[in-house]
Design a protein around this ligand. Structure first.
Ligand code: HEM
Length: 407
C-alpha cells in the first residue's frame, strides 16, 4: 500500500491529489508521526469528513494529556520543558473542560457576531486606507502588502497593542507559526523560546500599564475578569499571544486564497460582484477549498473504533481538515468553487468544543478585504505564479503578486 508521508515535498506542494488517493485506499491510516521524536505509540491520519467530524465532537478524544492519561509519559519530559510550551499550555486550544469552559466563556463575550458587527466599519476603513496606498503602485503583493498588515493591525488593536510595535509583533507571530507547524527544528524551537520570553516581557509591561490606566481593549478586560473567570497573569499573557497569532495568520491565508480562487474563476468572480449578499457564503467556500489549517491533532483518552479501526487510548490522530473539506461524500463535486454552495458545513473552523473562537471575525475580515480588493483594483491579474508555503499544518500563499488598473 502507498505510504502517506507528510514530509514529502510533492505532497506539501499540492496535498489534494494525495488526500483523494488516501480517502479512497486508506481513509484511516496508521503511519509515522508528523513530528520526529514525538512519542511513537502509534499515529493515525484521518482523511474522511465523517471520521474527522466525529472525532472533533467526541469527548473520548482531546487536546491535552489530562488526568485520564496520568500514567502515560507526557509528550515533553519535565526536564526538557521550554518557555514556548509553558506558554502554550495556557492556550484555550490546549485545555480540557472545566478549564477550557472557564476560558472560553470569558473569551466568547469578546468575539460574538454582534461585537464583530461593530468592528466592520473600522476593518473596512483600514482596508481602504491600505488600498489607497497600494492601488497607485499598479503592482503589489496581496499577502505581504495587504492581508498581513490588515489582519495584524485589527487583532493587535483589539488586544491593545500599539500600532508602533507591529513590526516587532509581526516577527514574533511568524516565529509562532513556524513552531506550531509540524516538525519544528531545533533552531525554530530556540527562536520560539526566545519569542515566548520577549513577547511575555513586552505584554507584561502593557498589562501593568492597563492596570494603572484601563483602556477599551482585551488586555484590560482579561485582567478585570473576576470570580470564577479570573485569570492569572501568566494566563492573560498567554491568551494575548494566542489571540494575536490565531487572529491573523489564518485570516491572511483566507484572504490570499480567496483572491486566487476568484482570479482563477472569472464566472464565480462575476457572480460575487453581481450578488454581494453571497460574500459570507463565498468566504466559507474559500475556507473549504483552501483550509488555512489543514490538520489538527487529537489524543485518544479511551479505546475508540473509528471507521473500522481501533484507535487505542494514548494514541494520537492527525485530523486532515483539508482532506475532509474535499470529501465527495460530504460535498458534491468537491474540487469545484461554488460560492453559492448549500449546505456547506466545512470543517475549516473545526467543530465541537474547540470550534474557532474567531470564526465570525475571520469571515467578516475575509469578506470585507476581498470585496474592497476587487472593487478598488479592477481587472487585476497575477504578476507571477502563486507560491504556497512548504508547511503542512498551516497552509497558505507565501506571496500573491498582482498587477492591475485602478478602478
Ligand atoms: C480564516 C481564519 C481562521 C481559521 C481557518 C481558523 C481555524 C481554527 C480551527 C480549525 C480551530 C480548531 C482547532 C482544533 O480544534 O484543533 C480554531 C480554534 C481557535 N481559533 Fe481560529 N481560525 C481562524 C481565525 C481565528 C481568529 C480571527 C481568531 C481570534 C480572534 C481565532 C481564534 C481561535 C481560538 C482562540 C481557537 C481555540 C478555541 C478553543 O480551543 O476553544 N481564530 N481556529
Amino acid at each position: 500500500m502507498d505510504t502517506f508521508d507528510v514530509f514529502d515535498p510533492t505532497f506539501r506542494a499540492d496535498p489534494y491529489p494525495v488526500y483523494a488517493r488516501f480517502r479512497a485506499i486508506a481513509p484511516v491510516y496508521r503511519g509515522r508521526p508528523p513530528t520526529p521524536g514525538d512519542h511513537d505509540t502509534g499515529w493515525w491520519y484521518l482523511f474522511r469528513y465523517a471520521d474527522v467530524a466525529a472525532v472533533l465532537k467526541d469527548s473520548r478524544f482531546g487536546r491535552a494529556i489530562g488526568p485520564a492519561l496520568d500514567e502515560l509519559p507526557p509528550p515533553v519530559p519535565p526536564a526538557e520543558r521550554e518557555p514556548f510550551w509553558d506558554m502554550y499550555a495556557h492556550w484555550t486550544l490546549a485545555l480540557e473542560p472545566p478549564e477550557h469552559t472557564r476560558q472560553r466563556t470569558l473569551l466568547n463575550r469578546a468575539f460574538t457576531a454582534r461585537v464583530v458587527d461593530t468592528l466592520r466599519p473600522g476593518i473596512a476603513a483600514r482596508a481602504a486606507d491600505l488600498l489607497d496606498g497600494l492601488a497607485p503602485r499598479g503592482r503589489f503583493d496581496v499577502v505581504a502588502d495587504y492581508a498581513f498588515p490588515l489582519t495584524l493591525s485589527v487583532i493587535a488593536e483589539l488586544i491593545g497593542i500599539p500600532p508602533r510595535d507591529l513590526e516587532r509583533v509581526k516577527e514574533w507571530s511568524l516565529t509562532i507559526a513556524a513552531v506550531l507547524d509540524y516538525k519544528p527544528t531545533w533552531d525554530v524551537m530556540a527562536a520560539g523560546n526566545r519569542m515566548a520570553r520577549e513577547f511575555g516581557v513586552y505584554l507584561a509591561e502593557i498589562a501593568a500599564a492597563r492596570r494603572a490606566r484601563p483602556a477599551d481593549d482585551l488586555i484590560t478586560r482579561l485582567q478585570a475578569a473576576g470570580g470564577e473567570e479570573s485569570l492569572s497573569q501568566e494566563e492573560v499573557i498567554a491568551l494575548c499571544v494566542m489571540l494575536l497569532f490565531a487572529g491573523h495568520e489564518t485570516t491572511v491565508n483566507l484572504i490570499a486564497a480567496g483572491a486566487l480562487l476568484l482570479q482563477e474563476d472569472p464566472a464565480q468572480a462575476a457572480l460575487l460582484s453581481a450578488r454581494p449578499k453571497l460574500t459570507d457564503a463565498a468566504v466559507d467556500e474559500f475556507l473549504r477549498l483552501h483550509s488555512p489549517i489543514q490538520a489538527t491533532t487529537r489524543i485518544a483518552y479511551a479505546d475508540v473504533n473509528v471507521g473500522g479501526h481501533l484507535i487505542r487510548r494514548g494514541e494520537s490522530a492527525t485530523l486532515l481538515l483539508g482532506s475532509a473539506n474535499r470529501d465527495p461524500a460530504a460535498f458534491p463535486d468537491p474540487d469545484r468553487l461554488d460560492i453559492a454552495r448549500r449546505p456547506n458545513r466545512h470543517l475549516a473552523f473545526g467543530r465541537g468544543i474547540h470550534y474557532c473562537l474567531g470564526a465570525p471575525l475571520a469571515v467578516a475580515q475575509g469578506g470585507i478585504a476581498l470585496r474592497l480588493l476587487f472593487e478598488r483594483c479592477a481587472q487585476w491579474r497575477m504578476a507571477t505564479a502563486p507560491s504556497w508555503s512548504e508547511t503542512f499544518g498551516f497552509r497558505g500563499l507565501t506571496e500573491l503578486q498582482i498587477t492591475h488598473r485602478s478602478g
